[in-house]
Design a protein around this ligand. Structure first.
Ligand SMILES: [Zn+2]
Length: 450
């Protein structure tokens, strides 16, 4: 992961506090009766997951560092981080070891053949496996970067119902083998950092996307010793791991953004008495054309964005969009629409570009690579226009159960738009890595200074 110092920092953010910008990983598309909704699990019963039958981590001499029973217990307890969010209704239950054709009865996943067999059961919707790659060899065999701590994603979706049917988690135990030797690309994390990586993957498993908040902290090039106030607001669902563990800084494992978004996707009866919603549209300078692919942040004074429109509508001239992405609404009225769940309080709302480094498995939202041509750095204020002072901001007071609508931001000095379906530039197919990595599986990468 390349690190760079941002040329443009949001110097006007004086409140470090808590901010909110997450979202669902996928939203429903044309097959659904209700396009533009998050794809979520049916949580009327617990989500059943199976776990690898082998150890979670072994060192290069084959000595077990984290046994299978310790690994199973750890995964179970880390699922609790999401399950115990007081305003969310999602629950999980352990359903025993992984089973797949050709796999030994103990369910130990070791080879590419094993992995493919297990992926097959996930793709068919019959199992939600958590795979342990005890020494990182499977990850390397898959052609992935050894900096990948783990990956996760949905396997099978029900696009009509808007439900996730099955999902998979893959954990790289080499980060816990007691050896930190960059010369062999064997890196190490503290147990708390590894727990956070697992919890991050379980967030993807649950349907959450990456969240870009406190981007300036990442862009500052800081590694391992982040400012605690900023770390407090940094989502666990940030695309890259680069700070010390939240626990070591005395912080809860989930940030306010993570808690707000799991609750927005799976609200229980307590959600509306604990959260309000800020919503609106982002416009180009013409004040009419909706902008997609920028990050919208509500920042609490004293301190997310969702992308409901598709990232690829296909080819609309003939009216046939079958070549487009199956995810996201085709309703152009939803372009640039955002909703942010926030706890009661006073907020400012702002937009910023997505970091251009967040591509492929580290992407945020449906646009990969992100659109970075807009100078999208602006706060909302009462008299929005294309000629206003982007640093001028008016606070919004949000109460529990309240929805503030039409908090719309008009970006300044954007290029004129020919029409709202114009793409800005023609994008050739991105080069693919040698292993065709399922787009729905998202690796969490260890951030390193370069
Ligand atoms: Zn991730």
């Amino acid at each position: 992961m390349k690190r760079r110092v941002a040329a443009l920092l949001l110097s006007s953010i004086l409140f470090v506090g808590f901010a909110d910008a997450g979202g669902p990983r996928r939203v429903t598309g044309p097959a659904s009766k209700n396009p533009g909704q998050p794809l979520i699990w049916d949580v009327s019963t617990p989500i059943r997951f199976t776990v690898d039958g082998g150890p979670l981590s072994v060192d290069p001499s084959g000595h077990v560092v984290i046994s299978n029973s310790q690994g199973v217990a750890r995964v179970q307890s880390l699922f609790q981080n999401w399950q115990s969010v007081s305003t969310a209704s999602i629950t999980y239950s352990y359903a025993g070891p992984i089973t797949a054709p050709g796999l030994p009865p103990d369910g130990d996943v070791k080879t590419i053949q094993d992995f493919n067999a297990v992926l097959g059961t996930c793709n068919s919707g019959s199992q939600n496996p958590v795979i342990f790659d005890a020494d990182g060899s499977l990850l390397r065999a898959l052609g992935l970067n050894p900096l990948v701590i783990g990956f996760a994603g949905t396997c099978k979706l029900d696009p009509q119902a808007g439900h996730i049917v099955s999902a998979l988690v893959f954990l790289n135990g080499e980060f816990q083998d007691g050896i930190n030797d960059p010369s062999t690309s064997n890196y190490e994390l503290t147990p708390d950092q590894f727990d956070e990586a697992i919890t991050h993957e379980l967030g993807h498993f649950s349907g959450l996307d990456h969240s870009q908040i406190n981007l300036d902290l990442f862009q500052s090039g800081m590694v391992g010793n982040c400012n605690v106030d900023k770390l407090a607001g940094l989502p666990l669902m940030f695309p890259v791991a680069f700070c010390q563990s939240r626990k070591s800084a005395g912080l809860p494992i989930l940030a306010p953004d993570d808690i707000a978004w799991i609750s927005k996707l799976y609200p229980n009866s307590g959600f509306s008495s604990n959260y309000g919603i800020i919503s609106g549209f982002i416009f180009f300078s013409d004040g009419i054309t909706h902008v997609q692919g920028v990050n919208v942040i509500a920042r609490r004074v004293d301190d997310p964005s969702t992308f409901t429109f598709t990232g690829n509508p296909g080819q609309p001239i003939t009216g046939n969009n079958t070549a487009g992405s199956p995810y996201g609404s085709r309703n152009p009225a939803l372009i640039g629409y955002y909703e942010i769940p926030v706890t009661p309080g006073n907020y400012t709302v702002q937009v910023e570009n997505l970091d251009a480094a967040f591509t492929h498995g580290s992407s945020v939202g449906p646009l990969d690579p992100p659109a970075i041509t807009y100078g999208a750095y602006e706060f909302w204020h009462q008299y929005e226009s294309a000629f206003d002072d982007p640093s001028k901001k008016d606070p919004l007071r949000v109460q529990a159960g309240q929805k503030l609508s039409n908090i719309n931001i008009i970006l300044n000095q954007t290029p004129p738009r020919f029409d709202q379906f114009e793409d800005g530039e023609v994008q050739l197919e991105q080069p693919k890595p040698p292993f065709v990595f399922p787009a729905s599986l998202e690796p969490w990468i260890l951030g390193k200074a370069s």
